[in-house]
Design a protein around this ligand. Structure first.
Ligand code: ATP
Length: 282
């Protein structure tokens, strides 16, 4: 069922993992986001779609802490994180990947993933002297075990020692996902995980995302332009247009909504769209 944008806040229950409340974001005179509210439940695969410049990445940046909204609140796991810095949000369980690859290209795949987990280590350089006495060694072993588990899960064993910069684009995107997953986030934000991929790479990536959600129970927010993939794997979809929430709901209802079809297909197609089944929108 589609929910009108205005009622989304009211539908938000205490059970939401992420509760985005009336977010607006301005860059000088430009309003990138206008009063957007939505929530994401634990173990949900939630997608944000919309035309170029609709505000999708800006929304992800408000959730990860890269941007501070001009108005509104971001509540994660019951706590108001609106003013929290990105590194603190990562520590409390908000992980992300980027639209453009953000790997250390001269480092090995394994080292790239280990870097991702670095902040989870309780022991540091100064406690390193105690390594052979106990705590740090145990922690390091557990740390490596988790990294190897992620490497196995994402099928990148064969490139674990390769230099990241030498890999195909599709594999580099998968390593980037592995690094974010290795942080063991409660919520992972994926910004166009399939951009620039060929069909086979897209199918692989879609399968890994579904497995992370279904087998690992990971809560996911994904921005993706490939409508086929979005409609196929998402539990719910929110559509942004010119910084406003257009509609939110299950994929089939969103796809049938005339406002969504107009935003994607343009005015000239509206006549056909108006014959589509009526649905509630914002
Ligand atoms: N740091 C910034 N400074 C100024 N304007 C920005 C900044 N970031 C985003 N914008 C503007 O905010 C609007 C929304 O941009 P955003 O990148 O969030 O859209 P998007 O839906 O993710 O687009 P795309 O699909 O092309 O990635 C655009 O007009 C963009 O130019």
């Amino acid at each position: 069922m589609l929910q009108p944008a205005a009622s989304a806040g009211a539908a938000t229950g205490a059970s939401a993992l992420l509760d985005v409340q009336n977010i607006s974001l301005r860059f000088g005179g430009l309003k990138a986001l206008s009063d957007v509210s939505f929530h994401v439940r634990p173990s949900e695969l939630f997608s944000i779609i919309g035309p170029n410049g609709a505000g999708k990445t800006s929304m992800l940046n408000c959730i990860s802490g890269r941007y501070t909204p001009s108005e509104g609140r971001v509540v994660f796991d019951g706590a108001d994180v609106t003013k929290l810095k990105p590194n603190r949000r990562a520590e409390i369980g908000i992980g992300r990947t980027f639209q453009n690859l953000a790997l250390f290209s001269h480092m090995s795949v394994l080292d790239n993933i280990m870097v991702g987990r670095h902040h989870l280590l309780k022991n540091n350089f100064f406690t390193g002297a105690l390594y052979w006495i106990g705590g740090a060694q145990k922690e390091e072993l557990e740390h490596r075990r988790k990294v190897e588990e992620v490497i196995d899960f994402l099928d990148i064993q064969h490139v674990r020692k390769a230099t990241a910069g030498t890999l195909s684009y599709g594999l580099r995107k998968r390593v980037e996902l592995a690094r974010a997953v290795a942080l063991e986030p409660k919520l992972i934000l994926l910004d166009e995980p399939m951009a620039g991929m060929n069909l086979e790479e897209k199918e692989d990536m879609a399968r890994y995302i579904v497995d992370l959600n279904e087998e690992w129970g990971m809560t996911i927010i994904m921005i993706e332009h490939d409508m086929g993939v979005v409609m196929d794997i998402s539990h719910r979809v929110m559509v942004l247009d010119f910084g406003r929430k257009l509609v939110e709901g299950e994929p089939s209802a969103v796809l049938a909504d005339p406002h969504v079809r107009k935003a994607y297909l343009g005015e000239e197609d509206l006549e056909i769209e108006e014959a589509a089944p009526a649905a509630v929108s914002a």
